[in-house]
Design a protein around this ligand. Structure first.
Ligand code: ADP
Ligand code: MG
Length: 485
């Protein structure tokens, strides 16, 4: 059956996402095992991660603080009283036989992640909850052809799970929502946001219903997408699969499906009837915790400015375009650098152009992070001012001073002076150059005097050559007109 646009338009997709983010803590969620990606297999594993009898878990405070940061960033309510629960299931990479999670009292409830809808209007995706839990180990199927290998380094790594309400209406909105979450966890420095390495993972819940229907359709859950783009593709594929099935009069099975990026298809993994019964019960080995308002305030103080806030400030107060504000706030390091530049200069547009243009091109070409950029924000701000004060032309700044600052960072005015690059707005000096030009080009001077105004360009060119590009063009023009006009 062919899915025409007309048929598609009868249906409304409904999407809710569950996002797992691995926390960048030094140690694991409930033990002192080191939390590090890429260590030799099974080296960061202690009896506690393995849940050996007689061992006791202990809550990692850093995890709590990171979860609070995420909650505050999206306007969640932070629970004062929290307890922990066991989620029981058997899996080879879960030697304890259970995960410690928060079933009843998630650390955060409510709040929203703001994206733009198809019309460009702001749309809030409501957050149901964020809870803390621990990761399982990793089963590796593709190294040994006969056996599955187990690496337990990941067992016990702290996770937060961010569960959205089914407010997402298109695969594009899902893409934007995930991009926003990734940007936030990176701003907050709580997760590296790397979907390819699995430190950020997403399960997508998808259903469709006839537009205007009162009840949601049957949902399926899709797993194993290793990029934001693949989440979007998987959702798009599922939407079409659902519509076609419904149009044929078939029922959507309640199941978990696996996404295959090579074929861009989903296949059934397990049905929800046979769904795991996790037998949640309160974790008896871990004390409940209390989070005071005082503590929340302290965590808040340590938070960086967030991209939404900066975006609004750049567009509303600094009058930058949405495009510029988007680029500047996309990466925290760039935004914070720009924040510093505009402490030195108030030409925001020019500062933005330097950061997005010359600076970012250099970083990209060298493949280095902002932290390794040799020019300080103050020096870049001074360069912007130097141009605004008419002391150097923009061209000279970009082609000579900026490269010189990369070689040997320092105050741009001093660099320009040392190299004799400062524009001359010393009238006498410029007049001296002009007199030489007049003496050397009598024929052109005559024609200019007789009204051939287009020779202005020629005269300016000669004058600039004599001054080696340093004559203030405005003043030079005025002088030529005064002497020969
Ligand atoms: P489960 O443990 O069964 O996955 P959760 O409560 O953890 O349940 O997650 C449910 C997710 O599914 C939420 O993100 C929610 O928004 C989403 N969801 C619920 N109903 C629907 C539906 N009819 N269509 C799409 N998504 C849905
Ligand atoms: Mg789920």
């Amino acid at each position: 059956m062919e899915l025409t646009q007309e048929i598609r338009d009868k249906y409304q997709p409904v999407i809710g996402l569950e996002v797992h983010a691995q926390m960048l803590t030094k140690t694991k969620a409930y033990s002192n095992d080191i939390n590090e990606y890429g260590a030799a297999p099974n080296t960061n594993v202690s009896a506690i991660s393995l849940g050996h009898p007689g061992t006791l878990p202990r809550m990692n405070k850093q995890t709590i603080n990171y979860a609070i940061k995420m909650g505050l960033a999206i306007g969640s309510e932070i629970a004062e009283y929290q307890s922990f629960d066991r989620k029981n299931y058997f899996y080879p990479d879960l030697p304890k036989g259970y995960q410690i999670t928060q079933d009843i009292t998630p650390i955060c409830t409510g709040g929203e992640v703001v994206i733009k809808d198809a019309e460009g209007n702001e749309k809030g995706i409501r957050i149901t909850r964020i809870h803390m839990e621990e990761d399982a180990g990793k089963s590796i199927h593709d190294i040994d052809p006969f056996n599955t290998l187990i690496d337990l380094n990941r067992a016990g790594v702290p996770l937060i799970e961010i569960v959205s309400e089914p407010d997402i209406a298109t695969s594009q909105e899902a893409y934007d929502y995930l991009t926003e979450i990734r940007k936030l966890v990176r701003y907050l420095d709580i997760c590296d946001g790397n979907m390819e390495e699995g430190s950020l993972r997403c399960d997508a819940n998808i259903s469709v219903m006839l537009k205007g229907a009162k009840e949601y359709g049957q949902r399926v859950e899709v797993k194993n997408m290793n990029s934001i783009r693949n989440v979007q593709r998987a959702i798009e594929h599922e939407i079409e699969r659902h519509i076609i099935a419904i149009e044929k009069g078939e029922k959507i099975a309640q199941e978990t499906r696996n996404y295959n990026a090579l074929t861009n298809e989903t296949t059934a993994m397990r049905s929800k009837e046979a769904a795991n019964d996790y037998r949640f019960f309160p974790e008896p080995d871990l004390q409940p915790i209390r989070v005071t308002q005082d503590h929340i305030d302290k965590v808040k103080e340590g938070m960086p400015p967030l991209p939404n806030y900066l975006f609004k400030r750049y567009t509303n107060e600094l009058k930058l375009s949405e495009y510029d504000a988007g680029i500047l706030t996309d990466q925290k390091e760039i935004a914070l650098y720009f924040e510093e530049v505009i402490k030195t200069t108030s030409n925001y547009k020019s500062a933005a152009n330097w950061v997005m243009g010359d600076m970012k091109s250099y970083l990209n070409a060298q493949a280095i992070p902002v932290s390794e950029f040799q020019i300080t924000p103050e020096q870049l701000g001074e360069l912007v001012n130097l141009i605004d004060e008419g002391k150097v032309s923009h061209n000279l700044a970009s082609q000579k001073i900026f490269p010189a600052m990369l070689e040997n960072p320092g105050n741009p005015e001093k660099i320009a002076a040392d190299n004799d690059w400062l524009q001359s707005n010393d009238g006498n000096e410029i007049e001296g150059f002009l007199d030489e030009v007049i003496a050397e080009n009598p024929a052109e001077v005559e024609r200019f005097k007789n009204g051939e105004k287009k020779l202005m360009g020629f005269l300016m060119g000669q004058l600039m050559k004599k001054s080696r590009g340093k004559a203030d063009p405005k003043m030079a023009t005025q002088l030529i007109n005064k002497k020969l006009g």
